[in-house]
Write a protein that binds this ligand. Structure first.
Ligand code: ATP
Ligand code: MG
Length: 705
């Protein structure tokens, strides 16, 4: 969730109005990192902290006479007997105290009943112990005292029923009254990549009187925004960080292109397009597609995506009584798998795109290409949008000498680039084999209809991976059975009323551990949101502000942006506005142009901080009032980064340590671990490719130094 993905990496982006209204919009989410929801696997008893129960100050007069002969040992014996009774355990279970909690509560109870000075114990209890020691009462009589004590130790027990009701996420279709007031017509444009799914949905988008497009990427939303306006259909753009108007903010257009997280479920339109609907399955961002599917308040909802999502979409809409009309499309141009891998950079041709899953490999391949006289365009997730667009435009321009692209799978969704051949640098991402749907998405970028190269080809860089790619691509895409879901802010807030002492981090953990979802859903990963929450846990902020801060798409793995995030939260908490001057002072503006990769990464991270400002400014314009000036600074920075990327070769340089640059990059893309020492590999086999030889040369040179 976070997803991010996800309860919650779940929430990556929050709706624009969320900070100012009590909207039921869930929030957040994620960037492309994939993490498991560690919190989800914990039980509530692992999360709650026992509270210390104090003894009463005053005691009943004459107590000493009633408890003559009672001592600590007698009490301990009675308690141990109590603890062993099956009936006691059963009663405890019925009160929500499972075995683990029972033992923790029991230990506390025992400690409470046996202090150094027995007279500080509750007199009613002492009398019971006295009666038990005389055989006048059974130990089970202690249960009500134990239960009271357990509720003081674990206050959540008192509110358990309420907490379960609040965190019941089993009927998410009921969260969207606006959509439920309509009988929506749902169309599913299904087919492989490059089959015209988005094209057909966008046709309806442009024909309609009012419409919203929900895309998976900022780049795609921006493409739709530009294309619609070029067609004469006035269209605004909304992403997490920006709102652009076809005309001006006094005249919002009837058409809106946005990233899926930004959809307002209160906005009534004729047509809603939800692109890449199979993203419902995404561990971090899935919640945003589920929310859009159930919550888009449109007469017609057009879904575009893999046929693997058809059944689950039908199931999700069943309780609402909405039916789905499926329209199938075939791929418009052929896509073939090459017989041979690339093997040598000498075999790189115009229209080639090398797809890598880490920045290190982006840099490595760019360097190699430039050594072979090829100057590639470069696209990866951390680049600012202006740089990405400029690189894509350069690559797409038939008159530009740049005709080779090196990119991460950031290009994997819906984009139309002039690629003839998609070359996989590797078939594994984060040490896991690429899933078939992901490999098909990426390979599907080759041979886009209407581009210079109609016949798409895919292959690998190294021959030993080609068979793996073939196997992956030959597999059937499994139908999607579960979709992501995330709670709304209101649910978290109500939860907090019952647990006023709990910090926000604990609140999140408790929510994830208690909440219930039905069969077709999973809670998106909360980890990214939680990481942000941990950073600012000690800073006093109202819940809604804290929540909003934590739903921002900031990457906490990068130290510099994380530190800036804390400083911004701290300043916010003092009630002082985050001004342009303050921001510039904090980031020591202006930065120097990058002369090496590390400095380029520094610029990217500075950009991330400015981006964070713009994101927060959309939600708290009064506290972050200088968005225009910050945007201008971010534009300048985008330009500097663009120049840096354009002169990649000089940045990488012969002695540049790619590992060091990678270290500062997102660990969402860790280095490949399967890349063993080439010497080890050679020991196992006899064939040697050019790439192997080059790697060997490098390793030997390094060893020499
Ligand atoms: N009928 C058509 N006439 C003209 N151009 C078309 C037609 N259908 C598709 N195209 C163009 O072909 C390209 C691929 O189409 P589109 O982006 O709709 O494919 P898709 O199925 O959505 O692919 P993906 O799964 O990768 O998102 C686009 O540039 C689109 O404009
Ligand atoms: Mg598409």
């Amino acid at each position: 969730m976070l997803p991010s993905r996800g309860i919650l990496r779940f929430f990556r982006r929050i709706h624009v109005s969320a900070a100012t209204s009590s909207s039921t919009t869930p929030s957040r989410f994620p960037n492309s990192r994939r993490k498991k929801n560690a919190v989800r696997n914990k039980n509530i008893e692992d999360l709650v902290e026992p509270k210390k129960v104090k003894h009463l100050a005053a005691q009943a007069i004459g107590m000493e006479d009633w408890i003559v002969g009672l001592d600590k040992t007698t009490i301990e014996m009675a308690l141990d007997e109590f603890m062993r009774r099956p009936m006691v355990r059963q009663l405890a279970q019925e009160n929500g105290i499972n075995d683990k909690l029972f033992m923790r509560a029991f230990r506390s109870f025992k400690e409470y009943c046996t202090p150094e000075d027995l007279s500080s114990v509750d007199s009613g209890l002492l009398i019971l112990f006295s009666d038990i020691s005389k055989g006048e009462k059974d130990v089970e009589i202690l249960y009500s005292f134990f239960l009271d004590h357990a509720k003081q130790v674990f206050p959540h027990l008192e509110a358990m029923d309420d907490l379960r009701i609040i965190s019941d996420l089993t009927k998410p279709h009921n969260w969207y009254p606006e959509a439920r007031s309509l009988t929506r017509k749902i169309y599913f444009h299904a087919g492989p990549t490059n089959s015209g799914k988005t094209y057909h949905a966008l046709k309806r988008f442009n024909e309609a009187k009012s419409a919203v497009f929900c895309g998976p990427l900022k780049l795609l939303a921006t493409e739709v925004f530009h294309k619609s306006n070029e067609l004469g259909v006035a269209c605004d753009l909304v992403t997490g960080e920006e709102r652009r108007f076809a005309k001006d903010n006094h005249h919002p257009a009837q058409h809106l292109s946005s990233t899926v997280e930004m959809l307002s479920t209160q906005m009534r339109v004729e047509v809603a397009v939800i692109d890449e609907i199979q993203m419902l399955r995404d561990e971090q961002r899935g919640w945003a597609w589920t929310r859009a599917l159930l919550g888009a308040a449109a007469d017609e909802v057009h879904l575009c995506g893999e046929p693997a999502a058809i059944d689950i979409v039908k199931k999700l809409l069943e309780p609402i009584g909405e039916t789905v009309e499926v329209r199938y499309y075939d791929r418009k141009t052929p896509l073939t798998i090459a017989d041979k891998a690339i093997e040598s950079y000498d075999n790189i041709e115009p229209g080639d795109c090398i797809v890598c899953f880490s920045k290190k490999h982006i840099f490595y391949n760019s360097k190699k290409l430039e050594e072979h006289g090829i100057k590639p365009a470069v696209i990866y997730g951390d680049l600012p949008p202006g740089t990405k667009l400029a690189q894509a435009a350069k690559f797409n321009d038939p008159n530009d000498p740049c005709n080779v692209l090196v990119a991460t799978d950031a290009i994997g969704m819906g984009l139309n680039l002039n690629i003839r051949r998609v070359i996989f640098n590797s078939c594994t991402r984060q040490n896991e084999l690429l899933p078939t749907y992901s490999a098909l998405q990426i390979a599907g970028r080759a041979g886009r209809f209407g581009t210079a190269y109609a016949n798409g080809v895919t292959t690998t860089l190294r021959s030993q991976e080609l068979a793996t790619l073939k196997t992956i691509l030959a597999q059937k895409i499994e139908p999607i059975t579960n979709v992501g879901i995330a709670p709304t802010y209101d649910q978290i807030e109500t939860f907090s009323f019952h647990l006023p002492q709990a910090s926000f981090v604990r609140l999140l953990d408790l929510f994830v551990s208690v909440c219930s979802v039905s069969n077709h859903f999973f809670i998106c990963t909360v980890d990214d949101m939680r990481e942000l929450a941990v950073l600012i846990d000690q800073i006093p902020l109202p819940l809604k502000v804290r929540y909003t801060f934590c739903t921002s798409p900031l990457n906490t793995d990068d130290k510099m942006p994380a530190a800036a995030f804390v400083k911004m939260a701290r300043r916010f908490s003092t009630g002082q506005a985050l001004t342009y001057e303050w921001m510039m002072d904090m980031i020591e503006w202006p930065p120097a142009p990058a002369t090496n990769l590390r400095e380029l990464v520094f610029l990217e991270q500075t950009y991330e901080i400015l981006d964070q400002y713009m994101w927060l400014s959309m939600r708290f314009p009064d506290m972050l009032p200088d968005e225009p000036a910050i945007r201008e600074a971010s534009r300048q920075l985008d330009q500097m980064i663009q120049e840096g990327v354009d002169s990649f070769m000089s940045l990488i340089g012969p002695g540049e340590n790619l590992k060091r640059a990678e270290k500062s990059s997102r660990p969402s893309e860790p280095p490949r671990t399967e890349k063993k020492s080439i010497l080890e590999k050679l020991l196992k086999r006899a064939d040697l490719s050019d790439l192997d030889l080059e790697q060997l040369r490098e390793e030997l040179n390094k060893a020499k130094k």
